[in-house]
Design a protein. Structure first.
Length: 135
């Protein structure tokens, strides 16, 4: 499943969803994780709704988006697109989150995660191309 991380340097979740201009996207499975791409948000709109919509559209292939901070309206727009928002509250290494997600995937993932995994099996590699960095 594809997971996006709000990150200024592709190593740490350190950004506010509504202000971040860079999202590191990974394809994460139970036993492997691949860096896919960095999604750059080109121009910021003056209006918060437009900023949120631009980010949600750019990340539409992702099942989960991690950010250090995310407000209610942004979370609601992601959920409406079937993207699960995750707020870390603190800066955290992307590799740490990947390790925790893989533990969940190897165990008993929540039903919504199982649905995402089944969908990904049917649409294998639809959307972003992999850059090949393995974690």
């Amino acid at each position: 499943m594809k997971v996006a991380f709000s990150s200024s340097a592709d190593a740490t979740v350190d950004g506010n969803f509504c202000k971040s201009n860079s999202f590191s996207v990974w394809d994460i499975g139970p036993h492997e994780a691949y860096y896919v791409t960095t999604v750059k948000i080109k121009a910021d709109a003056d209006n918060e709704d437009d900023r949120i919509a631009a980010r949600a559209e750019a990340l539409k292939e992702c099942a989960i988006v991690y950010a250090m901070q995310i407000n209610g309206p942004a979370a609601a727009k992601l959920v409406a697109r079937k993207i699960h928002p995750m707020k870390t509250g603190v800066s955290i290494a992307i590799e740490n989150i990947i390790d925790k997600l893989q533990d969940v995937l190897r165990g008993s993932p929540a039903p919504w995660i199982r649905k995402v995994l089944i969908k990904d099996d049917h649409n294998n590699n639809n959307g972003y191309e992999r850059d090949g960095h393995v974690c």
